[in-house]
Design a protein around this ligand. Structure first.
Ligand code: PGA
Length: 245
């Protein structure tokens, strides 16, 4: 059985006090949740404080990015050991906004994946097609390339640490969710691309305008194992509704 995960992706939102207040408020409201993994991925400056705040709880903390080198002259970058040292357990890799605005490619995703695994961070690898690609019927081709190139060379023993997020670019922050059927179709396709012996154990999250009013029907699909949630993860009440859908 795959334990579902509801992961918030705060993107570039929340100052330090806003972030710690959120975790303080969230903790008691989800203390009774054991059947769902709860993850908050947040900007670097708040990670240490929210990880400390969440230390005695069932909330796990993740970063939204990392660089693949351990240290060096790479102004503005943050490494795996740094994230681990402040209490991160997860890291998002290859979010479509990173691909779109910061030049991330399947090759950089692959390097970051290996860096995450090396430092025992659990990667959440994002894949997804643009509207143009979907309209040209290229969805499966695009997803296949992102999965294959992004995870190239990953050893059999490391696949169990990987979480995948399918996030159609046209559904992110737009209010347009993929229908549960559209999402399920791609999730099932992704699962077929994964190594056979472990494919059924790997969590595949859906992301793109996940909200309290659509989470239930998405989660009812057999290959949807949770959500990677932007907008609806910024308010405690909507995030709790997603966790307790
Ligand atoms: P959204 O973002 O829920 O605001 O659409 C999802 C994401 O980008 O991970």
């Amino acid at each position: 059985m795959r334990k579902p995960i509801i992961a918030g992706n705060w993107k570039m939102y929340k100052t330090l006090s806003e972030a710690t207040d959120f975790i303080k408020a969230l903790k008691p409201l989800v203390a009774d949740v054991h059947d769902t993994g709860i993850v908050i991925c947040a900007p670097y400056p708040v990670l240490k404080d929210i990880a400390d705040e969440a230390a005695d709880s069932n909330i796990e903390i993740g970063a939204e990015n990392l660089f693949w080198e351990d240290e060096g002259a790479f102004t503005g970058e943050v490494s795996g050991p740094m994230l681990l040292a402040v209490g991160c357990r997860y890291v998002i890799i290859g979010h479509s906004e990173r691909r779109q605005y910061f030049g991330e490619t399947d090759e950089t995703v692959n390097k970051k994946l290996f860096a995450a695994i090396k430092h025992t961070l659990l990667p959440i690898i994002c894949v997804g097609e643009t509207l143009e690609q979907r309209e040209k019927n290229e969805t499966f081709k695009v997803i296949e390339k992102q999965i294959k190139d992004g995870t190239k060379g990953l050893g059999a023993g490391d696949w169990g640490k990987v979480v995948i997020a399918y996030e159609p670019v046209w559904a992110i922050g737009t209010g347009k969710t993929a229908t549960p059927e559209q999402a399920q179709e791609v999730h099932a396709y992704i699962r077929k691309l994964l190594p056979k012996d472990i494919a059924n154990d790997i969590r595949i999250l859906y992301g793109g305008s996940v909200k309290p009013d659509n989470i239930k029907e998405l989660m009812a699909k057999p290959d949807i194992d949770g959500g990677l949630v932007g907008g609806a993860s910024l308010k405690v009440d909507s995030f709790v509704k997603l966790i307790k859908h």
